[in-house]
Ligand binder design. Structure first.
Ligand SMILES: Nc1ncnc2c1ncn2[C@@H]1O[C@H](COP(=O)(O)OP(=O)(O)O)[C@@H](O)[C@H]1O
Ligand SMILES: [Mg+2]
Length: 390
């Protein structure tokens, strides 16, 4: 681990107001890596696993309300780099020259012909990952989206399971997307549905079954579908974007790290040991891409019958073991329950109904929204006021 690895990780820290990463914005004043023999490391102190990192960030104003958020993000991202044992973040205030650079960069980015993506800078991007298929990744995505919408939030769902899409069915959407343009240059708007007092906006290959679209997508586009979903979809305002990843740790996962380095990852596992071992690979993948793992969800936990007897059909404890192995919180446990499968088939996510699984999904949405990946409040740090003071 060296300063370059730390800088790569810092590229995942986005200033939510300016919509760009802290490295590009010139906010990183210094990075120092101390091999920390002082902490009792081996002589020479260069063994991976003993590095203390200090990062200094320059802020636009002393009392920037984003300070707490930036510190948390820096410490989470840098702390996830292999070999880092501690992270210390200090803050300075930008001088006039630094501010000018920052605003030039922010302006240039805003003026670039086509923005790289229409996903707002304040939107939290959460990828739902698993080592293997069939653990309930899409069910968790659909229910978490509906659960967050029930809280009044606007939630995008990007169905990145290109070959095995199931989100349209699970959310009960059988519309077709309007695509305008040619194979080289086109755009489309997500399909939007109202849930509770919120909204869910979905993009999936499942919407593109029309003949023109099918031809458009074949070959040329299919292998770059994720990129198109990120770059060419007019997402508009969103609090969260959930990405239902295909199972495994392949190209799409690494592509995500490249295209949306601010993504955070939630790993779904079943209680079984084997699933937990495989899911551990999804965590390794996330870390290689410098993506923060926000937590683990155990799905298909013990089925509780109407008499209250608990049947751990798929074993027990896998979620907690994986969470402690990765060093992240266990965000929730969703029991095995016929209502989850039925809700998926009927297009009405279980979270909108009653029962233990519905409650578990509602609690999961609360934990995500309030604790694990809270929405950023952007107030008082206005770019407009900085511009005015230059
Ligand atoms: N908690 C649960 N209880 C009962 N059935 C579930 C549960 N979670 C998922 N399922 C069912 O298991 C199957 C696989 O789930 P799915 O979400 O498609 O997994 P993945 O996206 O990981 O492949 C689906 O038929 C789904 O309805
Ligand atoms: Mg799936």
């Amino acid at each position: 681990m060296n300063a370059d690895d730390v800088l790569a990780a810092l590229r995942g820290v986005i200033d939510p107001e300016l919509g760009d990463d802290v490295v590009s914005l010139g906010m990183v004043r210094s990075v120092s890596v101390d091999p920390a023999a002082a902490e009792g490391g081996p002589p020479g102190g260069d063994e991976a696993g003993s590095g203390h990192v200090a990062v200094e960030l320059a802020l636009t104003t002393e009392g920037c309300p984003l300070k707490v958020q930036l510190r948390k993000d820096v410490e989470a991202r840098v702390g996830a780099v292999a070999g880092v044992t501690s992270v210390k973040t200090t803050f300075g205030v930008m001088d006039r020259e630094e501010k000018t650079h920052l605003m030039d960069r922010a302006r240039a980015k805003a003026q670039e012909g086509a923005p790289a993506t229409d996903i707002p800078g304040t939107c939290k991007v959460v990828a739902i990952a698993s080592g293997k298929g069939g653990v309930g990744k899409s069910s968790v995505t659909a229910n978490l989206a509906a659960g967050l919408a029930q809280r009044g939030l606007t939630v995008g769902v990007l169905d990145a399971d290109i070959w095995g899409f199931s989100i349209p069915r699970m959310l009960g959407i059988d519309e077709k997307l309007e695509v305008t343009g040619t194979a080289e240059s086109w755009s489309m708007a997500p399909v939007e549905v109202a849930i509770g007092s919120g909204r869910v906006k979905v993009v999936s290959m499942g919407f593109l079954a029309g003949e023109t679209e099918a031809i458009m997508w074949r070959g040329l586009m299919l292998n770059r579908a994720l990129q198109h979903f990120v770059e060419d979809v007019s997402w508009g305002a969103m609090d969260y974007l959930l990405i239902d990843l295909p199972p495994g740790t392949g190209d799409i996962q690494m592509g995500l790290a490249r295209m949306l380095p601010r993504s955070e990852v939630i790993i779904v596992t079943t209680p079984a040991l084997a699933a937990q071992t495989v899911a551990g690979r999804a965590a390794d993948m996330a870390r290689k891409g410098h993506l923060r793992v926000a937590g683990v969800i155990e799905n298909m936990s013990a089925f509780v019958c109407e008499h209250g007897t608990s049947y751990p059909l798929f074993g027990a404890g896998g979620g907690a073991r994986l969470a402690s192995q990765v060093g992240v919180p266990l965000l929730g446990q969703v029991p095995m329950e016929p209502a989850v499968a039925a809700g998926g088939d009927e297009g009405r996510p279980a979270v909108l109904g009653d029962g233990p699984a519905a409650e578990a999904f509602r609690e999961l949405a609360r934990v995500v929204a309030e604790e694990a990946v809270p929405v950023v409040e952007v107030t008082g740090c206005s770019a407009a006021s900085i511009l005015a003071s230059l």
